[in-house]
Design a protein around this ligand. Structure first.
Ligand SMILES: Nc1ncnc2c1ncn2[C@@H]1O[C@H](COP(=O)(O)OP(=O)(O)OP(=O)(O)O)[C@@H](O)[C@H]1O
Ligand SMILES: [Mg+2]
Length: 447
């Protein structure tokens, strides 16, 4: 009786490769030997039984026979059985079939390992990855963890659906469908930015689509994207702050023009008229001329004072001439409330740093005087690890916010323009404006 037919059937019935235990059970049954043991060669070339224990082939008790199982001249397993089976004509064939099964199992295990490795790599990357067919449908295993987390969906919920329906916000769907269609038609497409869906709404993603490989002559495409929302936000902030700086400069020029027009210019015009009057009178009515000249001289003093005042508002001469420490001391002196300056400021710092620190102190003190009802304020300065930090704190009513006026907003633009940052904390205990910016002290001669 040949057992090979039933064995083959046994193996073909089990659609997957049988486990070692399943195969052993089947063999015991068909070969009629309940003591039969099927050993597989495990990793490292040792024979293992169905419980995973390693077995030494040449260490078998008498009364047991060993039939090696080979596949393409490689030992892949062994049968330990009753010696009477050695007469069974089908034993070799059985061994060959089992050898095939074991080989297939080993290949499957390797494939599983490779697949696990690939999907671990896919799941480990922060990039958004998706595999699709040419028509845009997502492969059963075609999404990585970052992508699933983005939309809060399980693998199965995405598989089989159109990529753009599942991942892209409605307004961008047609465009994304068109791009993927072009790539599928063999026209490479450059990277572009689209709005993708996310559990929190939508994000901007820079993405590409490219043919990856063919599985059984079906082309597969890889869509890979990176979240660029933060970058876009920063770029927008930069554009906003640039236009605010331009606007502030324009406003400042207009203010100067008005101040000059209303102040020094008026005085100089009337001075010129007075001088002409004096010129006419100087012979005929010298007394009157003297009177006019005296008034004109007073007017001139006023005009000079106006110009000086204007110049001080532009850029304090004391800052340029003597540096931050004396300039802060002068600010504290001039403030309508008691102000102390704490901390040590190095001799000289780069001019933009000195200017930024000075204007932070000036605006914060002006605010403290105008809005805070504070009894006192303190300026703290520190240069440490290449950064200058200046903080102005008052003990007033609080309530400062950068979006309520242009003063604080302008400070933060000014500080950010030199790669620094401005922070405002303000509550019932008072207000604290802190600016921190990169600064290398440098000798006065180098300026
Ligand atoms: N030290 C402070 N204490 C209490 N409130 C403050 C303080 N500093 C600012 N504020 C509040 O925050 C707002 C915004 O201040 P900000 O300096 O930006 O504008 P402003 O002083 O009103 O006008 P300006 O553009 O002339 O500076 C102020 O209007 C005020 O209500
Ligand atoms: Mg202000």
């Amino acid at each position: 009786v040949s057992a090979a037919g039933p064995i083959r059937r046994l193996l073909s019935q089990v659609s997957e490769v049988p486990t070692q235990a399943e195969a052993q059970r089947g063999l015991r049954e068909v070969l009629g030997d309940p003591t039969l043991e099927l050993l597989w060669v495990g990793p490292g070339g040792v024979y293992v039984d169905t419980d995973g224990r390693s077995v030494a082939l040449d260490d078998q008790p008498t009364g047991r026979a060993v039939t090696p199982i080979t596949h393409e001249q490689r030992a892949v397993g062994a049968l330990i059985h009753d010696p009477s089976l050695l007469d069974e004509p089908a034993l070799d064939e059985v061994a060959a079939v089992i050898g095939l099964a074991i080989e297939k199992d080993q290949i499957n295990a390797q494939l599983r390992e490779q697949r696990d490795l690939l999907s671990a790599i896919g799941d480990g990357t922060p990039a958004l990855l998706c595999l699709t067919f040419a028509d845009g449908r997502i492969l059963p295993d075609g999404t990585n963890r970052a992508l699933r987390d983005l939309v809060g969906a399980a693998r199965e919920e995405l598989a089989g659906h159109l990529f753009w329906d599942m991942l892209v916000v409605e307004t961008d769907r047609a465009e994304v469908e068109r791009v993927i269609g072009s790539v599928a038609a063999g026209e490479p497409q450059p990277e572009r930015v689209s709005r993708w869906r996310s559990t929190t709404g939508a994000i901007s993603v820079a993405w590409t689509c490219a043919p990856l490989l063919e599985i059984e002559s079906t082309p597969i495409f890889l869509i890979s994207g990176v979240d660029v929302s933060d970058l876009e936000r920063q770029a927008q902030e930069l554009r906003d702050s640039r236009s605010r700086i331009v606007l502030a400069a324009d406003n400042e020029r207009r203010r100067l023009e008005r101040n000059l027009h209303d102040g020094a210019q008026q005085r100089l015009v009337s001075l010129s008229l007075s001088l002409r009057r004096a010129e006419k009178n100087v012979v005929a009515a010298p007394d009157q001329a003297v009177e006019v000249l005296r008034a004109a001289s007073e007017e001139l003093v006023e005009a000079i004072a106006d110009l000086r005042e204007l110049a001080r508002g532009l850029h304090p001469a004391i800052l340029t001439d003597r540096g931050l420490r004396p300039a802060l001391a002068a600010l504290a002196e001039r403030a309508p409330l008691p102000v102390t300056v704490e901390g040590d400021v190095p001799e000289r710092l780069p001019a933009p740093v000195e200017a930024a620190a000075y204007f932070v102190a000036a605006e914060a003190l002006t605010n403290a005087a105008r809005h805070a009802h504070a009894t006192r304020a303190v300026i703290e300065v520190e240069l440490a690890r290449g950064r200058l930090t200046i903080a102005v704190a008052d003990d007033g009513v609080g309530g400062a916010a950068a979006d309520k006026g242009t003063g604080l907003r302008g400070l933060s633009d000014r500080v950010e323009a030199i790669a620094g940052s401005l922070a405002v904390t303000s509550d019932g205990l008072g207000t604290r404006v802190t600016a921190s910016m990169p600064a290398e002290a440098r000798p006065a001669a180098a300026r």
